[in-house]
Design a protein around this ligand. Structure first.
Ligand code: ZN
Length: 423
């Protein structure tokens, strides 16, 4: 039985770029390794989630791994917390947070505070604060990101009363259609109960209190002097709590490992019971050490049936920077590191994205993503040209649109792979 190396380029899909002569960043990129896999394998397109929904990375990944992205979703906060190794307790609540910049009327100016490089010192300044019986522990993560964990009696009482995510986001940038230039939102509790209102009010008070501390904090004073936006507000979203979920191994009988840099993806893998490997130089950004990640994946394939290898740079180049050049360059860097995979025996390689992130939108979209499956065994309906011969292939949106795999949804991905694996 073949093993599976499952590679996700976050936000891989894109739209034609004028300066690339109407090609997308993936099509314009020099990717001999992936082209070879398409040539010998099969390709198509995928939407991880139904196309009437905004595809978040976390829900898209759960869907691709065959989980119910509503029922099995524990909340972004929980996934981020697991991803940075926090041992969350079932009676705690976790939020994903971003350090942002607000003006004096609390209007959001920059949701990432100029993509501040580290928030470790800022987190220390506002950690462990207690408001109305709720304790707020804050943990720094990648760049401007972090995790906020709420505990205490009011939280326990509230969690007993409600089943699902219960406190609304305060980040207007990420709530519904993304918005800038609006005031940060008031957190609301769902379910008409006193306990929920207490927790929501405590969160709001914590945010105002920490805003005052952060405004005066030396790191921010220095940033203002340097003409940089101060990281003066904690934007909370994606409230969640631990939920019991069937492990990936129990569901598919596959021992799985994950190689990723960004905490969210490690968190998803950890939540599903995959072995999360720590790779030096895996940063979850554009400068990640792709070579080290590929090496680690090859090693992991010896002990596992399924290895999930994740690259965040594609999404980062498109969403945060809107740069087709950087997206193309990142794809080329990663493809180069794939040369190491050429001698692999008995491994089925899958490459796709969790969603598209067109550079022109600076945001995720529901455009289908390219998908390739390179089986070690001959695939009966693999790509043939009009003379019935395999023709040269370039991995990209156009090629995949006409691919023999057709279009699939994320929920059918694992089924498809298990079928092909047994062929
Ligand atoms: Zn994503």
């Amino acid at each position: 039985m073949q093993k599976i190396l499952f590679i996700i380029f976050d936000g891989l899909g894109d739209r034609p770029i004028k300066k690339f002569g109407g090609l997308t960043p993936l099509e314009a990129a020099h990717t001999p390794n992936m082209d070879q896999w398409v040539h010998k394998g099969i390709c198509g397109t995928m939407n991880a989630m139904p196309t009437n929904l905004y595809p978040t990375s976390e829900e898209a990944h759960l869907a691709i791994f065959g989980y119910d992205f509503v029922r099995d979703y524990p909340g972004r906060g929980v996934l981020e917390a697991l991803g940075i190794g926090i041992k969350l307790k079932p009676d705690e609540m976790a939020f994903r947070i971003d350090f942002g910049t607000v003006d004096q009327s609390l209007k959001l100016i920059d949701p990432r505070a100029g993509v501040i490089e580290s928030t470790e010192k800022l987190c220390k300044a506002v950690d462990g604060v207690e408001v109305d019986g709720v304790t707020f522990k804050i943990y720094p993560s990648l760049l401007y990101r972090g995790v906020l964990v709420l505990s205490g009696q009011p939280v326990k009482n509230y969690l007993k009363k409600v089943k699902h995510a219960a406190i609304s986001d305060t980040d207007p940038h990420k709530s519904g259609p993304h918005k800038l230039d609006v005031r940060v939102l008031h957190p609301q509790s769902f379910g008409e109960c006193r306990e929920g209102k207490t927790v929501a009010r405590a969160l709001e008070r914590y945010q105002y209190l920490t805003h005052e501390i952060l405004e005066e904090y030396k790191v921010n004073k220095k940033r203002v002097k340097q003409g940089l936006p101060p990281a003066n507000f904690i934007l909370a979203r994606g409230e969640g709590r631990l939920k019991p979920v069937q492990s990936f191994k129990d569901r598919y009988g596959l021992k799985a490992a994950c190689v990723a840099g960004a905490p969210l993806y490690k968190g998803i893998a950890s939540y599903l019971g995959m072995d999360v490997l720590h790779v030096r130089g895996a940063t979850g950004t554009l400068d990640t050490n792709a070579d080290a990640k590929v090496k680690a994946s090859i090693k992991a394939l010896k002990k596992n049936d399924f290895v999930f290898l994740h690259f965040k740079g594609t999404d980062m180049a498109a969403e945060e920077l809107g740069s087709p050049e950087l997206k193309k360059k990142f794809i080329e860097k990663v493809d180069k590191s794939f040369s190491r995979l050429s001698g692999l025996k008995n491994v089925m390689i899958v490459v796709t994205g969790d969603h598209s992130t067109p550079c022109e939108l600076h945001d995720h979209s529901t455009d289908p993503v390219p998908l390739l499956i390179n089986s070690q065994f001959p695939i009966p309906n693999a790509r043939l040209n009009s003379q019935g011969k395999r023709s040269n292939a370039k991995f990209g949106e156009s090629e995949c649109k006409d691919g023999n795999l057709g279009h699939i949804y994320g929920k059918d991905m694992m089924k498809k792979l298990l079928e092909m694996r047994a062929m």
